[in-house]
Ligand binder design. Structure first.
Ligand SMILES: Cc1ncc(COP(=O)(O)O)c(C=O)c1O
Length: 481
């Protein structure tokens, strides 16, 4: 590989950067081996986070919903007592172990069959125990959104990280320069402008970073979020990265999820056109790559079917071209791990309604539970959970079932939530259910939720039940937002 780099007849500086990269890749692969090879090749050995540190933390009376008898125990000690959901206090967001396992297997298998890597977005859950399950399912690494999240993940030993963002904060850059001394770190971030590259160069050259930082050029689209607006602009950014002594051009990146919000024909067309331009950018800057691996990356949980389709025509799953590194066509879906009953239900290519022979079905693996505290008017019930507890930015909670207690037994409920306050949901009962006295004061309502990201961030600790409707708690998942 080194010989072919020298043969590429580019500048000595280019060669030196490529050697740095290859060296770090070899070392990293020695440490995390199979995981660095990811889904597309099958996984021999998986990255392991230092979760035992978290396991030693004790549950406290400040953890929302925790049973009183659990206070002072570690999660492991509490779980050893075979706890029941009916011991917890309402309101809660509850995860479903069987559904999570199903979603992990479904998504990883689907990606593997298409020669795609998966670096799931870790900001969805900020739950290292769930990141570990994603790595165990063969994911190449974890995507993160901020350098603060990167530091959290590094504190637990995560080695393969895609920061789906630019880094221009001088303090974060000097932290990154220090972290690069660890040969086990495979870190990639994005840049969409020369200004961004100059901000990186300033700090990285001052700090004498031990090796170049891998940077993907981010392509955006008019009306979208970050990302160069045209392929021509993005090519200029790529040229600037490729000529930098402290950066390495590591591919192309972008996020189609900020360009559309539904599966209408115009939305799907915008997404496809954007992704096609991204693969055109990859072709146009190919000559600037060294012979290390590069990424072509897009894909949230709404349009990954289209990403797979466009990437297939761009060569996903094909062997590397002679004399070049591998192109890792990489999805970054995050919400798929728990799916939902709202936004993703409407838009995911894997929801039951759009299910085809070629695609698995995801299961909603998170639900809210809240207790009825008042029936002040006929047909209106107030629940003890609100905006502090359940997401509301992509649609209000959807009442599904009612039970006398948190652990069931559940019966179906025809009702809707039409408003929320900080600590209350307004539950409107259907006529028949209102007449039958459904959901009396003290009963518990199970709520379908919309938008995993804003469900997890309201909870530092989430109980995990064995399977849908089960009373048996098999895990406690902690989050760090
Ligand atoms: C840049 C980027 N990539 C990937 C994702 C993951 O998308 P999703 O939440 O639909 O899984 C997000 C989500 O906001 C994102 O901003």
């Amino acid at each position: 590989m080194r010989t072919s780099c020298l043969q590429c007849r580019r500048s000595a500086r280019h060669t030196q950067r490529a050697l740095y990269y290859l060296h770090s890749t070899e070392l990293a692969e020695g440490i995390i081996m199979g995981s660095a090879r990811g889904l597309a090749e099958g996984t021999a050995m998986t990255e392991r986070l230092r979760l035992d540190e978290l396991d030693r933390e004790r549950l406290t009376a400040r953890d929302k919903g925790i049973p009183s008898r659990a206070v002072g125990m570690t999660a492991a000690e509490f779980l050893a007592t075979d706890p029941r959901l009916s011991e917890f206090w309402s309101p809660l967001v509850v995860l479903d172990d069987a559904a999570i396992a199903h979603n992990l297997t479904a998504m990883s298998g689907w990606c593997r069959d298409r020669g795609l890597e998966l670096m799931p977005h870790g900001k969805t859950t900020m739950a290292p125990a769930l990141w570990q399950r994603q790595l165990d399912a063969g994911c190449l690494g974890i995507t993160l959104a901020t350098m603060g999240q990167v530091r959290t993940a590094r504190s637990l030993g995560l080695g393969t990280i895609m920061l789906a963002n630019a880094v221009v904060d001088p303090r974060a850059l000097s932290y990154l320069a220090g972290e690069l001394a660890d040969p086990g770190l495979r870190f990639t971030c994005w840049a969409d402008s020369i200004a961004c590259i100059e901000a990186m160069e300033d700090v990285l050259s001052t700090h004498g970073a031990p090796r170049p930082v891998d940077v993907c050029v981010e392509l955006g689209a008019p009306g979208g979020r970050t990302g160069a607006r045209t392929v021509d602009e993005a090519v200029l950014v790529a040229e600037r990265v490729a000529s930098s002594p402290v950066l390495r051009l590591a591919g192309v990146a972008g996020y189609e999820g900020s360009l559309a919000h539904d599966r209408s024909e115009p939305s799907l067309r915008v997404v496809r056109e954007y992704l096609t331009r991204q693969t055109e950018l990859h072709e146009r800057i190919r000559h600037l790559y060294d012979d290390g691996d590069v990424y072509v990356t897009a894909g949230g949980s709404a349009y990954f079917d289209i990403v797979a389709d466009v990437y297939r025509t761009a060569g996903a799953g094909e062997p590397a071209r002679p004399g070049t590194g591998r192109t890792r066509f990489t999805l970054r879906s995050g919400a798929y791990i728990v799916h939902d009953d709202g936004f993703y239900r409407q838009v995911s290519p894997f929801d039951g309604a759009r299910h085809s022979e070629d695609s698995p079905t995801l299961h909603a693996a998170m639900h809210g539970v809240a207790r009825v505290v008042s029936h002040p008017e006929p047909g209106l019930a107030l629940l003890d959970g609100g905006k502090r507890d359940f997401p509301y930015d992509e649609g209000l909670p959807i009442p599904l079932r009612v039970a006398p207690e948190l652990g069931g037994p559940w019966t179906s409920l025809r009702a809707s939530v039409d408003a929320m306050n900080d600590q209350h949901c307004y539950l409107r009962l259907g006529e028949a259910d209102a007449a039958a006295g459904a959901a009396p004061v003290g009963s518990v309502v199970a709520l379908g939720l919309s938008h995993p990201c804003t469900a997890f961030d309201k909870w530092r600790m989430l109980p995990v039940v064995e399977s849908a409707g089960s009373d048996r708690v098999v895990d406690i998942v902690r989050t760090w937002f």
